[in-house]
Design a protein around this ligand. Structure first.
Ligand code: AMP
Ligand code: ZN
Length: 469
């Protein structure tokens, strides 16, 4: 089976065919770094990390080039820097470091490139110059504007007729615009704001041109896949596309496939800082394992809205407990922890080939776990080793089951608790050696009261926190 992806432009699922299978390119619009990001901002991070992992598996780890940008020029960053009396780079560096730490905790691999606007200014100015030279942009009153009339396909990605956009933009149209839908490529900075040199005066770029210039500089146009949240289709991606095609570097092409994740909602509204209904990944990670948050983010298909509730998180945790429990049992019974990576994609990979069907992939993981449980019960060692390899290969393809099962179940237990359990186990071993069964029973009850399950094996006893009822 081949990879098929839903393309927002085609409005259908289509077989994925990269221009060059030895150099597959993926670009995803990243965060504005002025604060901690909420868990909704990490939905595209996790979704496109899953795609990155799958592409690396299909085309080879060195053949996939993934760029995820960072917006480090923005009014909100300016405001925060002014409040603190520091340069904008100080604010951006701090929150980019926090963002990357959270992304890593959620199991996201580092993108190949993480370009920043402040490091791309030359390419941005050069691309605006190209657009002006080609008659697709014009300078007016210190601004440079994209001329939407120069691009007949404007509106094709979002499916909005230009007339609707004019109606939407009619309120408060800047007098220097030739057409209400024209958008800013360069604008003067306000007093005390950071500014950069350009042939049109000192100022700063518009948001849309930043991404197009970063794509051109880092990946080269056209690219194979462009991704982001569904809110970016209009105007951001519509404008990126218009700029990229009109600048001419991709010979009329910009992105082979447009992919957009649905919203993460909380309380039936999109999670967003402006509404105030946010849960920060930074906070959630203090009380939940990263894999559980990642599982929760992938528990629905990426194009569907996902409601963020306590029960989504509880279900994610118990799903992972179920998989780790059978792996823990398998490790003990098989007394062999060596994993042999499977060559074929297996049922988990097959589900993902169908437009990243993560709920289908989770169902496949449960089936593999059931097969492993059955093989352990029937004491079929070869079948159990095979099933465990399949389960681990499938789980790790998705960025799960990376922890040692023992450590997974002891997570959350602090050092004092662990020391207490270890001491009780030592006392129990001593009581048993002395055939003091009454003492051994008493200690067993004490461990049960601590919600600890003890597993005896020839190599000694091990423990884990008991399954929640
Ligand atoms: P922003 O920092 O708001 O530009 O968002 C960064 C990325 O997160 C973009 O790809 C957005 O589309 C995406 N995003 C923001 N909020 C949500 C949400 N509630 N659910 C899903 N994706 C979101
Ligand atoms: Zn972008």
């Amino acid at each position: 089976m081949k990879l098929t992806l839903y393309d927002t432009m085609a409005r259908s699922k289509r077989p994925f065919n990269p221009t060059n299978p030895d150099r597959v390119t993926l670009y995803v619009c990243g965060p504005t770094v002025y604060n901690y990001a909420h868990i909704g901002n990490f939905r595209p991070v996790v979704v496109f990390d899953l795609l990155f992992r799958l592409l690396r598996r299909l085309y080879g780890p060195d053949a996939v080039i993934y760029a995820a940008n960072v917006t480090d020029v923005d009014d909100k960053i300016n405001r925060k820097a002014a409040e603190e009396g520091v340069e904008i780079g100080v604010v951006a560096d701090r929150f980019l470091a926090a963002y990357n730490a959270d992304a890593k905790a959620l199991g996201a691999l580092s993108p190949t490139f993480q370009p920043r606007v402040t490091e791309t200014m030359d390419a941005i100015v050069a691309m605006i110059g190209d657009l002006v030279d080609r008659g697709a942009a014009y300078a007016a009153e210190g601004h440079v504007l994209f001329d939407t009339q120069a691009f007949p396909d404007y509106g094709k990605l979002s499916g909005r007729p230009l007339d609707d956009m004019i109606a939407g933009a009619r309120v408060d149209v800047a007098p220097y615009k030739r057409h209400p839908a024209d958008f800013v490529l360069w604008k003067p900075s306000k007093p005390d704001e950071p500014l950069w040199d350009s042939p049109w005066g000192q100022g700063r770029p518009g948001w849309h041109i930043e991404c197009t210039a970063m794509i051109e500089k880092i990946l080269g146009l056209p690219i194979d896949i462009h991704g982001g949240g569904i809110d970016l289709v209009f105007p951001h991606h519509e404008n990126e596309l218009a700029q990229g095609v009109c600048a001419g570097h991709g010979h009329g092409e910009y992105a082979g496939v447009w992919m957009h994740n649905g919203f993460l909602n909380m309380g039936e509204e999109k999670m967003s800082k402006s509404v105030g209904n946010v849960a920060l990944a930074h906070d959630l990670l203090k009380s939940h394992p990263g894999e559980a948050l990642r599982w929760a983010l992938l528990s629905g298909h990426y194009r569907q809205p996902l409601e963020w509730t306590g029960s989504v998180l509880d279900q994610a945790r118990s799903a992972l407990d179920r998989l780790y429990r059978v792996l823990d049992d398998a490790n003990r019974i098989l007394a062999d922890k060596v994993v042999r990576e499977e060559d074929d994609l297996g049922p988990v990979g097959e589900a993902l080939l169908d437009d990243l069907n993560s709920p289908g992939a989770f169902a496949a993981l449960f089936q593999l776990a059931d097969a492993l449980r059955a093989a352990l019960m029937s004491k079929d060692r070869d079948a159990a080793l095979d099933a465990r390899d399949c389960l681990l290969t499938g789980g790790r393809l998705m960025g799960f089951l990376e922890a040692d099962p023992q450590a997974w179940f002891q997570m959350g237990a602090d050092d004092g608790f662990k020391a207490r359990v270890e001491a009780l186990l030592a006392d129990r071993a001593a009581a048993r050696a002395a055939k003091d069964w009454a003492a051994a029973d008493r200690i067993r009850d004490e461990l049960a009261a601590l919600n600890v399950e003890v597993m005896d094996a020839a190599s000694g006893a091990s423990w884990r926190i008991k399954e929640q009822a």
